[in-house]
Structure formats: structure tokens, C-alpha cells
Design a protein around this ligand. Sequence first.
Ligand code: DQA
Length: 142
Amino acid sequence: MKILVINGPNLNMLGIREPDIYGRETYADLLDKIRRHAEKTGTEVTFFQSNHEGDLVDAIQAAYGKQDGIVINPGAYTHTSVAILDALKAVAIPAVEVHISAVDEREDFRKISYVRLACRKTIAGHGTDGYLEAMDELTGGA
Ligand code: DQA
């Protein structure tokens, strides 16, 4: 099974940005953790991170016919981007939304997720373990 893990703006700053909220693991640590988990389940994992909305749309479109699942943390674009929602709907690849923080317990604007409408599940507030749970959701943990 092939899974694309997409991270949106500022997630490349993990470990530096607001560690009280997002923890001290770096983006590189996150990728290592996901890679190790993928090895256990024989999953082929590809990563994409961008701070630019259109690049995230391009990455979703490029996954069409190539990837079996998408794990996506769109960062702040979660709360604003109809374009990312539409791209996920367009490719119709099973997708799971992840947020490191408990977005439902933060500012009101973070409670809105456009992307959620195209995702099988939303995992929020489980730290970076949420990415592993999202992968298990897509692979069946196999
Ligand atoms: C986030 C939550 C978003 O509200 C925020 O803009 C992020 C990260 C999370 O992983 O908790 O950049 O998606």
C-alpha cells in the first residue's frame, strides 16, 4: 500500500514553533517516526510539505492513480481552503485528516475544517502519534 503524507504551512517548523502546543519533535523526527511505522506494516510512504496552498493542491492532484491513501495535516489551510477540499474530492483517494493539537479545544476559528468534508476520519490532539493512527486507519494496521 502506498501512502502520501502531506503537511501544510509551518509544519516544517515543528520543534521550534510553539513547543507547548506542538511539542519538541522536529519535522525530521516526525518523518523518521512515520518511516519506522510504515516499515512495520510494509507500507510505502512518501512525504510532501509546503507552505503554499497551490503546491498542496498540485501534490494532491499528482497523487491521482499513484497513491492508495493520503494522510493530511493542512495546517492553517484546514480552516480556510476550499481548494484543498476540492482537490481531495477530485482525486477521491481515501484520506485522513490529522492535527497535532486539539483543534476543537482552541480558538473558534480552528474548530472549522473544510478538509474534514473529504476525509474518512479526523484525528486531533494526539500529538504526532496521530499520523501513525491515520496510517493505521488507511492500511487497517496490516
Ligand atoms: C495544526 C492546527 C492548525 O490550526 C494550525 O494552523 C497548524 C497545525 C495542528 O497540527 O494542530 O498549523 O494543523
